[in-house]
Design a protein around this ligand. Structure first.
Ligand SMILES: NC(=O)c1ccc[n+]([C@@H]2O[C@H](COP(=O)([O-])OP(=O)(O)OC[C@H]3O[C@@H](n4cnc5c(N)ncnc54)[C@H](O)[C@@H]3O)[C@@H](O)[C@H]2O)c1
Length: 246
């Protein structure tokens, strides 16, 4: 893929898988994550890779990530935004500080990194932005049946609405904005779920298993590519069939 792509959350899980697949396919990648050492250990070095430490909830970090990408690679064609904070605190234990922390990273952070990317992309009259929402928006659940995780689920609902709002606003400029919506995926984010929680959640999956990070990354790579040239404002579910029925 002859593109320059900024990937957030690149130190782990789905963002790391996106970065690896993009590099394998010839793209130039800026990998962005607050865990800089972990990211560098996971991804190693390559002339087509720039690693940058940063936090998507900080506007200047987002602006700097885009500026450094353009300085190193001469442009920015795509954004795959995977970085996020998890929270499975129940409704009756969720404090406002936790709610605001999760919204700041997942909702405001999605906006800030998309805004920074779009500021460049609209000038060049093309670009593709992929945000990450979650199957939990369909179910109202994360962290096991009945747990809820309202901070995380609300934040991912905001990402879905943000995707549509930005797609509407940026469509006339030639910039596409889509979302991927993973079902449960085998990454560190969900490593804390108990066997009992996993077994209960697996019952929803007709395919009988959770996703591998690469299976989600393939969807993101499709959306960021020119193969998806007329797709905008969409939400691509990749969840082993867990999004319909009981
Ligand atoms: N794993 C799942 O089951 C699942 C399901 C639905 C949606 N998702 C979503 O997929 C995306 C990737 O999740 P994952 O499973 O790979 O998780 P992960 O925990 O493996 O990776 C998340 C990465 O985000 C980074 N991050 C955290 N805060 C950040 C910030 N403020 N700025 C930038 N990066 C930050 C972390 O350092 C980490 O490297 C997330 O948006 C997550 O909400 C995951």
């Amino acid at each position: 893929m002859q593109k320059t792509v900024l990937v957030t959350g690149a130190a782990s899980g789905i963002g790391e898988a996106c970065t690896r697949l993009l590099l394998e396919r010839g793209a130039k990648v800026t990998a962005f994550d607050p865990q800089i050492e972990r990211m560098q250990n996971a991804l190693g070095e390559s002339e087509n890779l720039l690693t940058i430490g940063g936090d998507v909830s900080q506007k200047q970090d987002c602006i700097d990530a885009v500026a450094n990408t353009i300085n190193k690679f001469g442009g920015l064609d795509g954004l795959i935004h995977c970085g996020a904070a998890h929270s499975s605190a129940r409704w009756d234990e969720l404090e406002p500080e936790e709610m605001n922390r999760v919204l700041a990273v997942n909702a405001t952070g999605s906006f800030l990194i998309a805004q920074a990317a779009a500021t460049h992309m609209t000038k060049q009259g093309k670009g593709s932005i992929v945000l990450t929402t979650s199957g939990s928006v369909l179910f109202g659940v994360t962290g096991g049946n009945g747990q809820g995780g309202p901070a995380y689920v609300s934040s991912k609902g905001a990402v879905l609405a943000l995707t549509r709002s930005l797609a509407r606003a940026l469509g006339p400029t030639g910039v596409r904005v889509n979302a991927i919506s993973p079902g449960i995926t085998d990454t560190p984010m969900v490593a804390g779920y108990t066997d009992e929680q996993n077994a209960a959640m697996k019952q929803r999956f007709p395919m009988g298993r959770f996703a591998e990070p690469e299976e989600i990354a393939e969807g993101a790579l499709y959306l960021v590519s020119d193969k998806a040239s007329l797709m905008t404002g969409e939400n691509m579910h990749i969840n082993g069939g867990s999004g319909f029925g009981g």
